[in-house]
Design a protein around this ligand. Structure first.
Ligand code: ZN
Length: 270
């Protein structure tokens, strides 16, 4: 989740650059499309050395960043008429198997300290939103792994860890992300994000972990385009939990919509 208000403007050359990159029609000249070297140099590098694009989406290393850049510059131009969209990799849906989506295990790092219980609650709340949408989806908290809650803990599918950054409130991963990069990082600003409740923010991040992309990458939003590597599951939904309010969204509190629930049920079963 990218910060709203000033944060969204000040931040994220990656997100802004991404928009310019992927929308050559909006660029006056080809020279406005940065070279990979320029793109690489301007892309935020996270605490764990991953690159962050589109506000809160990690890319594991420079090689994968090059692949992302190439897809943005040479992305397909096919029209997309068709609020939830699933990420695609090589044209296939980026999703969990039926058995795995019913057992999405995670730990919550003890490094959250006095805030750990609050994070556990926010994760419960965010997970519950998706679990209510599809009976096939089940996030499983494994507190016995909290003391060693990192990407290297193979007893859980993913870890939830604190981070200190001014780049985002929280960020997550996609089902196709390798285990070594599969974590949800949360900044302290989650506690001061106004009408966006911590549970809804975690719900947005857990949406990414289920394979859902930002709704505002769809052409109907008119802004914040990312790339074309996704497939629509529902009609466009400007108030989707996956739609940044600051990208022409219409939700004031980032809550889950009936359309979001419908999209999750479409992908994973109701
Ligand atoms: Zn996001």
């Amino acid at each position: 989740m990218q910060r709203s208000r000033l944060g969204a403007i000040a931040l994220s050359s990656a997100a802004l650059l991404g928009a310019a990159l992927a929308s050559p029609a909006l660029a006056a000249t080809d020279s406005e499309i940065p070279t990979f070297q320029e793109f690489h140099a301007s892309t935020f590098k996270d605490a764990d050395q991953q690159y962050i694009v589109n506000g809160d989406e990690p890319i594991a290393d420079a090689g994968e960043l090059k692949g992302y850049y190439d897809r943005m510059v040479h992305g397909s131009e096919e029209a997309m008429e068709n609020g939830l969209v699933v990420n695609t990799v090589g044209g296939s849906d980026d999703k969990w198997s039926t058995s795995q989506v019913g057992n999405l295990t995670y730990c919550v790092s003890s490094k959250f300290g006095t805030r750990k219980a609050d994070i556990v609650n926010a994760m419960n709340g965010g997970a519950g939103l998706w679990e209510a949408a599809s009976s096939k989806i089940n996030f499983v908290y494994v507190p016995s792994q909290d003391a060693n809650c990192t990407t290297r803990n193979n007893s859980v599918l993913f870890s939830v860890e604190p981070v200190q950054t001014s780049q985002y409130i929280a960020r997550a991963f996609f089902p196709s992300t390798p285990k070594r990069s599969r974590n949800v990082l949360v900044d302290d600003s989650i506690w001061t994000s106004g009408s966006w409740t911590p549970a809804n923010i975690m719900g947005h991040e857990l949406g990414h972990t289920l394979g859902f992309r930002h709704e505002h990458t769809r052409p109907e939003s008119g802004t914040c385009f990312e790339d074309n590597n996704w497939r629509p599951l529902t009609p466009y939904d400007s108030s989707s939990i996956m739609h940044y309010p600051q990208c022409n969204g219409t939700s004031s509190n980032l809550s889950m919509t009936a359309t979001d629930r419908q999209g999750a049920a479409t992908l994973y079963g109701s």
